[in-house]
Design a protein around this ligand. Structure first.
Ligand SMILES: NC(=O)c1ccc[n+]([C@@H]2O[C@H](COP(=O)([O-])OP(=O)(O)OC[C@H]3O[C@@H](n4cnc5c(N)ncnc54)[C@H](O)[C@@H]3O)[C@@H](O)[C@H]2O)c1
Length: 254
């Protein structure tokens, strides 16, 4: 129950899915959490569901350094320090072959999934450096292998691995660790886009095809991803940095 006692963790993309499940688990383990997302309505609902004094929420678009910096400041004012940051906000982007991918749409995915992670890390680092901490980034199995019709997403999720490894080397002397997690399909709103991309006429068939590619024959739950995030944000992983954690039911083991 106390694996995160006295820890304050900032989570982006916290309104739903993996971010929300991680917030719930961290709170149950004694943490204080700062929740941020671009979607104020869902963020507010999530906050009400959590029903705790150990959380704050504030809207921020991760592509705006000033907005994410303001959330960091609010977190410091409220809880006094930041021990960990879960850079989790992300978008899937549209499905196109790379030769047809509209450059503006491609750049938009990079802006959220790569630059948004960089801005979040930059905003939090001065505070993390003071007492050490953990930065965790949600990449994807698409950050370890290609993804048909998902070049923008896959490029952005590969890019954060390079960012994380470079940051891990630079930040180690300050006691700050940086790691990536690589989920396969997870039962959240985002996976619906993938199912539709696989079979635009029949998303249910897209889902079946996706499940057939997973040796465990099911998607992960957001809670299962949250348990890995908990470990990597906690001191239990204190010697782990610059590492990639695949969590995919064996999908990339074959
Ligand atoms: N669901 C999957 O199958 C899957 C698989 C691998 C990796 N991921 C990654 O997991 C992370 C979380 O996704 P999820 O599955 O919980 O999806 P989700 O769509 O349920 O949640 C993503 C959250 O990010 C927020 N967000 C999007 N753009 C933002 C921005 N510019 N600023 C702030 N917040 C923003 C959304 O509002 C949303 O609440 C993402 O980075 C995603 O790429 C998901």
């Amino acid at each position: 129950m106390d694996r995160m006692k006295n820890k304050t963790i900032l989570i982006t993309g916290a309104a739903r899915g993996i971010g929300k499940a991680t917030a719930q688990l961290l709170l149950a383990e004694g943490a204080q959490v700062a929740l941020t997302d671009i979607d104020t309505e869902h963020l507010r609902d999530t906050m009400h569901q959590l029903g705790t004094d150990n959380a704050l929420y504030a809207k921020a678009d991760v592509t705006q350094l000033s907005e994410i910096s303001a959330v960091v400041d609010e977190t410091l004012e409220t809880f006094g320090k930041i021990d960990g940051v879960f850079c989790n906000a992300g978008i899937g982007g549209a499905a196109h072959f790379f030769w047809e991918y509209p450059p503006a749409a491609f750049a938009c995915v990079i802006e959220v999934n790569l630059m948004g992670v960089l801005y979040t890390m930059q905003a939090a680092m001065p505070s993390l450096m003071k007492q050490g901490g953990s930065i965790l980034i949600t990449s994807s199995i698409a950050g370890l292998a290609g993804m048909p019709k998902g070049a923008a997403y896959s490029a952005s999720k590969h890019a954060v691995v390079g960012l994380a490894k470079s940051a891990a080397v630079e930040a180690a002397r300050y006691g700050v660790r940086v790691n990536t997690i690589h989920p396969g399909p997870v039962e959240t709103d985002m996976v619906r886009l993938l199912e539709t991309a696989i079979n635009p006429q029949d998303a249910a068939k897209g889902k079946e095809r996706l499940k057939d590619a997973i040796p465990m024959r099911r998607y992960a739950t957001a809670e299962e991803i949250a348990h890995l995030a908990l470990f990597l944000l906690s001191d239990e992983s204190r010697y782990i940095t610059g590492a990639e954690y695949r969590i995919d039911g064996g999908m990339q083991a074959v």
